[in-house]
Design a protein around this ligand. Structure first.
Ligand code: CTP
Ligand code: MG
Length: 171
């Protein structure tokens, strides 16, 4: 059971194949989830066009800001493995006086590799996943310092699958 403020900006953090989109679908309404893939698709007609990431995140941040201004819980489904990408989320949350929260899905690189292998839309090499995994390990040490008010680290598929979310009232 993890506690999430009923109004929060939730950043999912995890390597490709860690199960972020699956987790988001399980626990949140589709409209609460802003996924980087979706926004790449919106701006570039291709969810995998990495050259569209900057434009995609501009729009994602904009939409997140509108949602937070209206008091709506917002979940960002992106790898969020780089401190600079997370900084954009912390900034949007602060601008709207909303708590930024991180939920880290920490799974073994081998499991993620196995999962991504069966996805035709994930064609990167193993070394890309290895780099993501290294970035994740670094991220674990810095999330709290970056301004995330709560950092929930879920370790392994069993703990991830067993997790439930409890919403904390804000007064
Ligand atoms: N998957 C699974 N069992 C889980 C979670 C995920 O079999 N408990 C599978 C999904 O069906 C999917 C793959 O593993 O085919 C990756 O899961 P996904 O949620 O898409 O991972 P993401 O972290 O969203 O990956 P990406 O960053 O590439 O979007
Ligand atoms: Mg995904």
């Amino acid at each position: 059971m993890i506690d999430v403020p009923e109004l929060a900006l939730v950043a999912l953090v995890g390597i490709s194949g860690s199960g972020k989109s699956t987790f988001a679908r399980t626990h949140f309404k589709p409209t609460q989830v802003l996924s980087s893939d979706y926004f790449r698709g919106l701006v570039a007609d291709d969810e995998n066009d990495q050259s569209a990431s900057a434009a995609a995140f501009d729009v994602l941040h904009y939409v997140a800001g509108k949602r937070l201004a209206a008091g709506r819980l917002t979940v960002v489904d992106a790898t969020n493995l780089q401190s600079h990408s997370r900084a954009g989320l912390v900034k949007v949350a602060r601008e709207h006086d909303v708590l930024p929260v991180a939920i880290v899905l920490d799974v073994a690189e081998a499991l993620a590799w196995e999962r991504t292998g069966s996805r035709p839309d994930r064609t990167f090499g193993r070394q890309v996943l290895t780099r993501m995994h290294r970035d994740l390990r670094r991220s674990l040490g810095s999330l709290a310092r970056e301004g995330f008010r709560k950092v929930h680290v879920l370790r392994g598929p069993d703990e991830i699958a067993a997790t439930e979310i409890r919403y904390e009232k804000l007064y």
